[in-house]
Design a protein around this ligand. Structure first.
Ligand SMILES: *[C@@H]1O[C@H](CO)[C@@H](O)[C@H](O)[C@H]1NC(C)=O
Length: 249
Protein backbone atom coordinates (compact mmCIF):
# COMPACT_ATOMS: atom_id res chain seq x y z
CA UNK A 1 0.00 0.00 0.00
CA UNK A 2 1.42 3.35 -0.94
CA UNK A 3 -0.87 5.41 1.22
CA UNK A 4 0.77 8.39 2.71
CA UNK A 5 -0.05 7.61 6.25
CA UNK A 6 0.11 11.05 7.67
CA UNK A 7 -0.56 11.02 11.31
CA UNK A 8 0.08 14.58 11.91
CA UNK A 9 -0.81 14.80 15.46
CA UNK A 10 -2.74 17.66 16.67
CA UNK A 11 -2.19 17.69 20.29
CA UNK A 12 -2.47 21.38 19.88
CA UNK A 13 -2.56 23.07 23.16
CA UNK A 14 -2.58 26.76 23.65
CA UNK A 15 -0.51 26.99 26.74
CA UNK A 16 -0.27 30.69 26.92
CA UNK A 17 -2.01 33.48 25.14
CA UNK A 18 -1.44 37.09 25.93
CA UNK A 19 -3.42 39.80 24.27
CA UNK A 20 -2.65 43.46 24.90
CA UNK A 21 -3.50 46.47 22.77
CA UNK A 22 -4.10 44.33 19.69
CA UNK A 23 -0.88 42.32 20.03
CA UNK A 24 -1.31 38.60 20.24
CA UNK A 25 1.18 36.13 21.61
CA UNK A 26 0.59 32.40 21.71
CA UNK A 27 2.36 29.10 21.48
CA UNK A 28 1.41 25.73 20.05
CA UNK A 29 2.65 22.32 21.13
CA UNK A 30 2.59 19.43 18.69
CA UNK A 31 3.46 15.78 18.92
CA UNK A 32 4.30 14.57 15.42
CA UNK A 33 4.83 11.07 14.14
CA UNK A 34 4.78 9.45 10.74
CA UNK A 35 4.43 5.89 11.91
CA UNK A 36 1.46 4.11 13.38
CA UNK A 37 3.87 2.35 15.73
CA UNK A 38 4.58 5.78 17.26
CA UNK A 39 8.30 5.10 17.20
CA UNK A 40 9.48 8.42 15.80
CA UNK A 41 7.60 10.93 17.91
CA UNK A 42 8.79 14.51 17.90
CA UNK A 43 7.79 17.28 20.27
CA UNK A 44 7.57 20.74 18.73
CA UNK A 45 6.78 23.95 20.55
CA UNK A 46 6.35 27.03 18.39
CA UNK A 47 5.98 30.55 19.75
CA UNK A 48 4.11 33.18 17.77
CA UNK A 49 3.84 36.95 17.86
CA UNK A 50 0.89 38.29 15.85
CA UNK A 51 0.62 34.98 13.97
CA UNK A 52 4.33 35.07 12.99
CA UNK A 53 6.36 32.17 14.40
CA UNK A 54 9.55 33.55 16.00
CA UNK A 55 11.04 30.63 17.91
CA UNK A 56 10.70 26.87 17.97
CA UNK A 57 11.83 24.04 20.18
CA UNK A 58 12.26 20.76 18.32
CA UNK A 59 12.93 17.69 20.50
CA UNK A 60 15.14 16.17 17.79
CA UNK A 61 17.35 19.26 17.85
CA UNK A 62 17.07 19.66 21.63
CA UNK A 63 17.26 23.47 21.57
CA UNK A 64 15.27 26.53 20.65
CA UNK A 65 15.87 28.05 17.22
CA UNK A 66 14.89 31.64 16.42
CA UNK A 67 13.40 32.79 13.12
CA UNK A 68 13.34 36.56 13.50
CA UNK A 69 15.81 38.96 15.08
CA UNK A 70 13.75 38.97 18.25
CA UNK A 71 13.32 35.19 17.95
CA UNK A 72 17.07 34.57 17.74
CA UNK A 73 17.67 36.61 20.91
CA UNK A 74 14.78 34.89 22.67
CA UNK A 75 16.05 31.45 21.64
CA UNK A 76 19.52 32.25 23.02
CA UNK A 77 17.96 33.37 26.28
CA UNK A 78 15.78 30.26 26.53
CA UNK A 79 18.70 27.95 25.73
CA UNK A 80 20.74 29.37 28.62
CA UNK A 81 18.11 28.86 31.31
CA UNK A 82 15.91 26.19 32.88
CA UNK A 83 13.27 26.54 30.25
CA UNK A 84 15.12 24.46 27.66
CA UNK A 85 15.78 21.75 30.26
CA UNK A 86 12.06 21.49 30.93
CA UNK A 87 11.32 21.32 27.19
CA UNK A 88 13.74 18.40 26.77
CA UNK A 89 11.50 16.38 29.08
CA UNK A 90 8.29 17.17 27.19
CA UNK A 91 8.72 14.41 24.63
CA UNK A 92 8.53 11.79 27.38
CA UNK A 93 6.11 13.58 29.68
CA UNK A 94 3.66 15.04 27.23
CA UNK A 95 3.88 13.22 23.88
CA UNK A 96 4.74 9.67 24.84
CA UNK A 97 2.01 9.72 27.44
CA UNK A 98 -0.77 11.33 25.38
CA UNK A 99 -0.10 10.11 21.87
CA UNK A 100 -1.01 6.45 22.43
CA UNK A 101 -4.23 7.57 24.12
CA UNK A 102 -5.22 9.84 21.23
CA UNK A 103 -4.11 7.22 18.78
CA UNK A 104 -6.17 4.36 20.15
CA UNK A 105 -9.18 6.60 20.69
CA UNK A 106 -9.30 8.16 17.25
CA UNK A 107 -6.45 7.72 14.87
CA UNK A 108 -6.37 3.97 14.42
CA UNK A 109 -10.09 3.88 13.70
CA UNK A 110 -10.87 3.22 10.07
CA UNK A 111 -14.15 3.19 8.19
CA UNK A 112 -14.10 1.71 4.71
CA UNK A 113 -15.54 3.68 1.82
CA UNK A 114 -18.73 2.90 -0.05
CA UNK A 115 -17.63 2.92 -3.68
CA UNK A 116 -19.90 3.75 -6.63
CA UNK A 117 -18.88 3.43 -10.24
CA UNK A 118 -21.13 4.96 -12.86
CA UNK A 119 -21.23 6.45 -16.33
CA UNK A 120 -21.67 10.17 -16.67
CA UNK A 121 -24.24 11.42 -19.14
CA UNK A 122 -22.39 12.53 -22.28
CA UNK A 123 -23.76 14.80 -25.00
CA UNK A 124 -25.55 12.96 -27.81
CA UNK A 125 -23.16 11.72 -30.49
CA UNK A 126 -20.02 12.04 -28.34
CA UNK A 127 -17.64 9.15 -28.92
CA UNK A 128 -15.85 9.63 -25.60
CA UNK A 129 -17.26 8.13 -22.45
CA UNK A 130 -16.90 9.45 -18.95
CA UNK A 131 -16.88 7.28 -15.87
CA UNK A 132 -17.03 8.49 -12.31
CA UNK A 133 -15.71 6.51 -9.39
CA UNK A 134 -16.85 7.88 -6.03
CA UNK A 135 -15.85 6.83 -2.55
CA UNK A 136 -18.09 7.95 0.28
CA UNK A 137 -18.07 7.98 4.06
CA UNK A 138 -14.55 6.81 4.78
CA UNK A 139 -12.04 7.62 7.50
CA UNK A 140 -9.16 8.51 7.70
CA UNK A 141 -8.99 10.87 4.69
CA UNK A 142 -5.82 9.37 3.16
CA UNK A 143 -7.03 7.37 0.15
CA UNK A 144 -5.83 6.38 -3.30
CA UNK A 145 -8.39 6.11 -6.11
CA UNK A 146 -7.10 5.27 -9.58
CA UNK A 147 -8.10 3.62 -12.84
CA UNK A 148 -7.02 0.52 -14.70
CA UNK A 149 -7.57 -0.39 -18.32
CA UNK A 150 -7.02 -4.11 -18.89
CA UNK A 151 -5.10 -4.27 -15.64
CA UNK A 152 -2.77 -1.35 -16.45
CA UNK A 153 -2.85 1.90 -14.54
CA UNK A 154 -4.34 4.80 -16.49
CA UNK A 155 -2.58 8.10 -15.88
CA UNK A 156 -4.02 10.37 -18.56
CA UNK A 157 -7.49 11.89 -18.83
CA UNK A 158 -8.15 11.45 -15.15
CA UNK A 159 -9.42 14.27 -12.97
CA UNK A 160 -10.06 13.87 -9.30
CA UNK A 161 -11.27 15.96 -6.42
CA UNK A 162 -9.42 16.29 -3.14
CA UNK A 163 -10.65 14.37 -0.15
CA UNK A 164 -13.69 16.43 0.74
CA UNK A 165 -14.68 16.64 4.38
CA UNK A 166 -18.34 15.91 5.04
CA UNK A 167 -17.94 17.67 8.36
CA UNK A 168 -18.79 14.59 10.41
CA UNK A 169 -15.33 12.94 10.39
CA UNK A 170 -16.16 11.20 7.13
CA UNK A 171 -14.72 12.09 3.74
CA UNK A 172 -15.61 11.65 0.07
CA UNK A 173 -13.62 11.74 -3.13
CA UNK A 174 -14.53 11.55 -6.82
CA UNK A 175 -12.40 10.55 -9.79
CA UNK A 176 -13.40 10.96 -13.43
CA UNK A 177 -12.01 9.00 -16.34
CA UNK A 178 -12.58 10.14 -19.90
CA UNK A 179 -11.91 7.43 -22.47
CA UNK A 180 -12.81 6.04 -25.86
CA UNK A 181 -14.53 2.69 -25.33
CA UNK A 182 -13.07 -0.28 -27.15
CA UNK A 183 -14.87 -3.60 -27.32
CA UNK A 184 -13.59 -6.36 -25.10
CA UNK A 185 -11.58 -4.10 -22.79
CA UNK A 186 -11.92 -4.01 -19.04
CA UNK A 187 -12.04 -0.73 -17.16
CA UNK A 188 -11.70 -0.81 -13.38
CA UNK A 189 -11.54 1.64 -10.54
CA UNK A 190 -9.10 0.71 -7.79
CA UNK A 191 -9.35 2.01 -4.25
CA UNK A 192 -6.63 1.75 -1.62
CA UNK A 193 -7.45 2.73 1.92
CA UNK A 194 -6.19 1.93 5.41
CA UNK A 195 -9.46 0.09 6.09
CA UNK A 196 -8.71 -2.44 3.32
CA UNK A 197 -6.09 -5.15 3.68
CA UNK A 198 -5.53 -5.05 -0.10
CA UNK A 199 -6.47 -2.77 -3.01
CA UNK A 200 -10.14 -3.13 -3.93
CA UNK A 201 -10.90 -3.42 -7.64
CA UNK A 202 -14.28 -2.37 -9.01
CA UNK A 203 -14.89 -3.46 -12.61
CA UNK A 204 -17.01 -1.36 -14.90
CA UNK A 205 -19.94 -3.30 -16.36
CA UNK A 206 -20.57 -1.66 -19.73
CA UNK A 207 -23.95 -3.40 -20.18
CA UNK A 208 -26.91 -1.14 -19.67
CA UNK A 209 -27.85 -0.26 -16.12
CA UNK A 210 -30.93 -1.87 -14.53
CA UNK A 211 -33.27 1.08 -15.15
CA UNK A 212 -32.41 1.18 -18.86
CA UNK A 213 -32.96 -2.53 -19.17
CA UNK A 214 -36.42 -2.40 -17.59
CA UNK A 215 -37.34 0.55 -19.83
CA UNK A 216 -36.36 -1.54 -22.86
CA UNK A 217 -38.33 -4.53 -21.58
CA UNK A 218 -41.46 -2.38 -21.18
CA UNK A 219 -40.99 -0.93 -24.67
CA UNK A 220 -40.52 -4.38 -26.18
CA UNK A 221 -43.61 -5.86 -24.50
CA UNK A 222 -45.62 -2.84 -25.64
CA UNK A 223 -44.49 -3.50 -29.20
CA UNK A 224 -45.36 -7.22 -28.99
CA UNK A 225 -48.76 -6.47 -27.47
CA UNK A 226 -49.42 -3.90 -30.22
CA UNK A 227 -48.51 -6.44 -32.90
CA UNK A 228 -50.75 -9.15 -31.39
CA UNK A 229 -53.71 -6.77 -31.12
CA UNK A 230 -53.35 -5.46 -34.66
CA UNK A 231 -52.95 -9.04 -36.00
CA UNK A 232 -56.07 -10.09 -34.09
CA UNK A 233 -57.96 -7.08 -35.42
CA UNK A 234 -56.83 -7.82 -38.94
CA UNK A 235 -57.88 -11.49 -38.72
CA UNK A 236 -61.24 -10.47 -37.25
CA UNK A 237 -61.78 -7.95 -40.02
CA UNK A 238 -60.82 -10.52 -42.71
CA UNK A 239 -63.20 -13.13 -41.26
CA UNK A 240 -66.06 -10.62 -41.09
CA UNK A 241 -65.62 -9.31 -44.59
CA UNK A 242 -65.10 -12.74 -46.20
CA UNK A 243 -68.13 -14.09 -44.25
CA UNK A 244 -70.27 -11.29 -45.67
CA UNK A 245 -69.33 -12.18 -49.21
CA UNK A 246 -70.06 -15.85 -48.66
CA UNK A 247 -73.61 -15.26 -47.55
CA UNK A 248 -75.84 -14.85 -50.61
CA UNK A 249 -78.46 -12.13 -50.40
C1 LIG B 1 12.99 18.77 13.81
O1 LIG B 1 14.36 18.64 13.55
C2 LIG B 1 14.74 17.54 12.74
C3 LIG B 1 16.26 17.51 12.67
O2 LIG B 1 16.75 18.73 12.21
C4 LIG B 1 14.10 17.70 11.39
O3 LIG B 1 14.40 16.58 10.57
C5 LIG B 1 12.59 17.80 11.55
O4 LIG B 1 11.98 18.02 10.31
C6 LIG B 1 12.25 18.94 12.49
N1 LIG B 1 10.80 18.92 12.71
C7 LIG B 1 10.00 19.97 12.43
C8 LIG B 1 8.54 19.76 12.61
O5 LIG B 1 10.42 21.03 12.04
Amino acid sequence: MNLSLQLLLLLTLTVRTVRTHGYYVFRVDECLTSSSALTDVEFIRTEYFNKVPYARFNSTVGEFVGFTEYGVKTAEYYNRGDYVLRMRGELERYCKHNLPIFYSNILDKTVSPRVELKAEQQPRGAHMSMLMCSAYDFYPPAIDVYWQRDGKKVTTDVTATDELADGDWYYQVHSHLEYTPRSGEKISCVVEHASFSEPMVYDWDPSLPESERSKMAIGASGLVLGLILSAAGFIYYKKKSSGRILVPS
